[in-house]
Ligand binder design. Sequence first.
Ligand SMILES: Nc1ncnc2c1ncn2[C@@H]1O[C@H](COP(=O)(O)OP(=O)(O)OP(=O)(O)O)[C@@H](O)[C@H]1O
Length: 747
Amino acid sequence: MVDLYIPDPSGSRTLLVPYRGRLSKVYITPTPKDLYENHFHLFPPLRPGEKLGVNKRFWKMLVSILRIAIPSSTGKEAFLLLLHTFFLITRTILSVMVARLDGRIVRDLVSANGRGFLRGLGWWFTLAIPSTYTNSMIRFLEKKLALAFRTNLTRYIHDLYLNQNLNYYKFGMGLAAAVPSGSRAKGDPSSEAASGGADQLITTDLAKFCDTLSALYGNIGKPALDLIIFTSQLSASLGPLGTVGLYSNYALTAWILRKATPAFGRMAAITATLEGEYRKGLSRIGRDGEEVAFYDGGKREKGILLSAYQRLANHIHSVLKIRVPYGMTEDFVIKYAWSACGYGLMSIPLLFPRAGHAIASTGGLSLHVASRTENYVSNRRLLLSLADAGGRLMYSGKDLAELSGYTTRVYSLLASLHALEQNAYPVIAAPPTHTGKPFYDLGSVKGQIIIGPDHLLFKDVPIVAPSGGAGAERGGEELIRSLDLRVEAVEHTLITGPNGVGKTSISRIAAQLWPTWSGLLERPHYGPGGIFFLPQRPYLSIGSLRDQVIYPQTYAEMKSQGRTDAELMQILENVHLAYLPSREGGWETRKEWKDVLSGGEKQRMGMARLFYHRPRYAILDECTSAVSSDVEGLMYEHAKTLGITLITISHRPSLLKYHTRHLRLGEMTAAKSSLVRTSSLESIKRTQSTLHLASHGWQMTTVASASAQENMELDLEIEVLSKVLDDDVAQWEARLKQVQEQLSGKV
Ligand SMILES: Nc1ncnc2c1ncn2[C@@H]1O[C@H](COP(=O)(O)OP(=O)(O)OP(=O)(O)O)[C@@H](O)[C@H]1O
């Protein structure tokens, strides 16, 4: 129950899923990487201004998705489809048999043939058994087919979304939507991608797509077959005129309904987008409930949620309104016009029998009546079934339109993920207003990245925040023009600088979350002996207390490396969290850890992870800011004794004592200059100008040689602050005196 999966050297895994008190095993093979390369051409992005609906493009998109949903012509899905088809045909044949039998039973009744009537009833019940079984199987296979499609698509998307290329992060950042907003296709959900809307697309939209698709197969396949078989059955009794009448009726109905059908596909896509926005609002409150509660922000959040819901409700309301006239047309044509046409057709052989044909073949008046009744009853039943089949076929036009909406959304998700996977971004021209500095669009990323060396190197790398979604046309934002940084083993480096200068951005580029636009980036690989990143916001995963320490490893991997809980206990002691297993009820305890642990405990858990993984290099981003300074010091020293080279991002120069080098970013003097208010500080300003950082926005110093300079800088800061405060004290005293005089009535 503790292991989530058993890995296999081939890359496949056996998932262990608890089900009805037992462990059910699911064997999963990873999607081969070259399959994604091969499929890339199947998913060209939606073109600007592309018209979405049931058109040629829709069928192309559907075929591309079906290549994933039905991966082989001999696989399980193909078999299910075949079985489904078999039952659909069986049901049609059974319907014809029931119609004929119906006619015979009534004939025997009219002609008072008791034995024939009883025999007919016997057959009636005999046919009921396969008929009911067939109906149930059709419903079962339809759902099973939908589930099989969904499983295939979900696995494919998971492998594409959560992979080494970090597509989940890039998609959430909106990089997939890095096309100028004006040229995005209408109904294209990539704008949703910009705000991290993948969950709605992967869960609800995908499920709806699979359900609609599999239902549509039955809803189109079965009535189409019915139509052919019933028409051929009827044409024998209706004669050529009736048959022509039938076909003209189909054509006319299809034409009228096509003209009357509104853009259901686009409406379904918009509904799904609005559902996604509403859902995102709700999940944000669930995630950040504590913060919202502290601010007493319930009312504000309710307002935001209500407006999202209202947009959805308004849209659904307008769709419903559009459906009223369409529904009337549909019902009028299919139910009433078709039935009237059916009566008309049935009357042809009855009202205009071919001379002598009926009487000659029956040999008597009562038999003649009985035969006419039989014909009438079975024809009527066939015609009713025909009307029903035709109706379902016409109704499924609406389902098809809706399917086109879901298809667009699923296709767009797949196309976006494929584009991210192949790093295929459009080249965007710099706007005319953009002059003087390089333009950073995602289509022009040219940096070189080498993973594997035993050092971290940035050579002429610009630190740029990429912009996706609607901001793509503005290009990325340059934070540092060009960074040169080389960190070898035991060169513990502290990176400091004011807020928003780009400290975390350096680690994002090192971790390849953001692109390296130019220059050279070299870094160790992830994993043992490599590099480890501790992000600014502590992340606690779903799972047991043990899982928190060993994340992202699994218990199975931990055991396979021969590591024990005793070792984990030692690690928790090193981060002063040794009390946790006994307090929380052991290593197996599963809780919502992000709510259970305090801010400082979360950060210490992050350090515990670092000690567990023991990398060669670690980039620690402000990850001890909530830890008391004595424990912080112990943890830094311990990390160094484990042989971990620290690259720390922080605001606090107090951490300098654990490092040997100091990289300062930004113009620090700018922050201080706001404090320098009087001309009496001219001398201090002059001293500062000798300390300014290099013009390109960063400066590296080694702590030993620069300690005098660092000290001088700190002394200077103290001098500036005390001078400013001295000035303020004099002002406050003057003001106090004024107020006291006012109170005592002197003024
Ligand atoms: N996803 C993003 N898209 C665009 N700009 C971003 C993105 N993330 C961060 N930025 C911007 O990049 C700049 C640098 O951010 P970064 O997180 O590197 O700052 P920092 O130096 O680590 O600041 P702090 O000390 O506050 O953590 C900020 O102005 C920020 O607004």
